[in-house]
Design a protein around this ligand. Structure first.
Ligand SMILES: Cc1cc2nc3c(=O)[nH]c(=O)nc-3n(C[C@H](O)[C@H](O)[C@H](O)COP(=O)(O)OP(=O)(O)OC[C@H]3O[C@@H](n4cnc5c(N)ncnc54)[C@H](O)[C@@H]3O)c2cc1C
Length: 393
């Protein structure tokens, strides 16, 4: 069987890895001219870590990742309000936890394909025609090819989803927060392996020093969703206006933003669909069931979805109808529970009132007490899912 995977992010190359092992012929199409660089740091743990382990890439992830020593909350004057040791996440997962740049994670997964998967960079799917026996794909470049299956792993704003299931608005659940992530070279001060956070009613700014004198900033702010629809200059202008008069280092951060190496801004949204498959087309990762950054687990979940989809296709000997049904049955309730849990965390990223800010800071203070943190985090650090046996030829 030959399969077209749209998207060389996290889920797409993971699916390619496992399907290739099961003897499938894979083509990946990626809109960017090369693997995407820069961007934000993701926390990587849970069942997705187990998938990475089975792919043999954990040593590389550990080398490329960061083990933070402190999560620190600071006030307007920069003084510490509270802090805790994120080691509790590492211990709570039995050491199976790493913070890593999303682009490094994606590159390591792609590297596991050993260059043996055809990848069409700088192209995209323009049209799909599923006639029941195969899918005829017309690419933006103008070429047309036939595939047995097509999988959309093309992220939150999936084109495959748009073409097969309809407009994004039907499925997007906007969570009332917009995120901006950018990185600045040579920013000072640096606090090595410390995530420094400043939170006020309406927004949060996080600073994290990375290797090679790069500092990453993550801004989450209450919004009606319109900022993300604009161009980069207008997005940065909106951010400047939103944070005007703010304390801590925010004036310097905002000034440095215009010289950022990479700048990303988008709505914090989830994707909720009644089904992720139709005919010979399936979706996975953010395209299918984005949990949003509030979940702190979207990458790991995209890998779990890819692994399960490949395992089910191999188990059903290519009977995609059977495999797609089992893929959805196993994962849909699990992902909805992750989405519900994520929504409850919204006030921690952008409190809407002084009361929410107070509660957020009080909970963070309690995290400084290891036994409270252990009690609070214990259950949420275990994924309620059992992985099926891996896809094999
Ligand atoms: C600020 C932020 C912080 C986050 N923090 C965390 C975290 O702590 N932990 C965590 O696990 N997750 C986190 N996430 C979520 C995580 O990044 C995503 O859930 C994950 O990347 C989803 O993987 P994916 O493969 O589904 O999609 P993506 O990684 O988005 O990859 C999609 C790929 O498809 C390509 N593409 C898009 N459109 C097309 C097209 N038309 N044709 C071809 N290719 C296309 C894109 O260029 C991209 O390479 C965070 C997300 C954000 C925005």
């Amino acid at each position: 069987m030959n399969v077209l995977i749209a998207g060389a992010g996290i889920g797409g190359p993971t699916l390619a890895y496992w399907l290739r092992r099961a003897g499938y012929e894979i083509t990946i199409v990626e809109r960017s001219p090369e693997l995407r660089r820069g961007g934000y740091i993701v926390d990587f743990w849970g069942a997705g870590f187990d998938v990475a382990d089975q792919m043999g890439i954990v040593p590389e992830l550990t080398r490329a990742g960061y083990h933070l020593g402190e999560i620190r909350q600071v006030g307007d004057d920069g003084r510490k309000i509270t802090s805790f040791d994120p080691e509790l996440f590492v211990r709570g997962t039995g050491g199976r936890y790493v913070s890593i740049a999303r682009s490094d994670l994606a590159a390591i997964i792609y590297g596991a394909l050993d260059g043996r998967v055809e990848t069409l960079f700088g192209d995209s799917v323009r049209a799909l025609d599923d006639d029941g026996a195969r899918v005829r794909v017309t690419f933006e470049s103008g070429t047309t090819r036939d595939f047995d299956l097509v999988v959309g792993a093309d992220g939150l704003h999936s084109q495959v989803r748009h073409l097969v299931f309809g407009p994004e608005e039907q499925f997007e659940k906007f969570l009332g927060i917009t995120v901006a992530a950018f990185d600045i070279e040579g920013y000072r001060p640096r606090d090595e392996l410390v995530a420094v956070m400043h939170t006020q009613v309406g927004y949060q700014v996080t600073r994290l020093a990375l290797r090679d004198d790069i500092t990453m900033f993550l801004v989450t702010f209450v919004d009606d969703g319109s900022v993300a629809n604009q161009g980069v200059n207008a997005q940065q202008a909106a951010l400047r206006a939103r944070l005007a008069g703010a304390g801590w280092e925010i004036p310097e951060i905002i000034e440095g933003m215009s010289a950022a190496r990479t700048f990303y801004c988008d709505r914090v949204s989830q994707i909720r669909m009644p089904s992720w498959t139709r005919g010979r087309v399936a979706l996975l990762g953010d395209a299918a069931a984005c949990v949003s950054l509030l979940a702190g687990q979207g990458s790991a979940l995209a890998m779990v979805e890819a692994y399960v989809l490949a395992a089910e296709l191999a188990r059903a000997h290519g009977n995609h109808t059977e495999a797609f049904a089992r893929y959805e049955q196993q994962l849909a309730p699990f992902l909805v529970s992750k989405q519900e849990a994520a929504i409850k965390l919204a006030p921690a990223f952008a409190p809407r009132s002084r009361l929410q800010l107070f509660l957020r800071n009080s909970i963070m203070k309690m995290f400084g007490l290891p036994f409270v943190a252990k009690l609070a985090m214990g259950k949420s650090l275990r994924d309620a899912i059992e992985l099926p046996p891996p896809a094999a030829a």
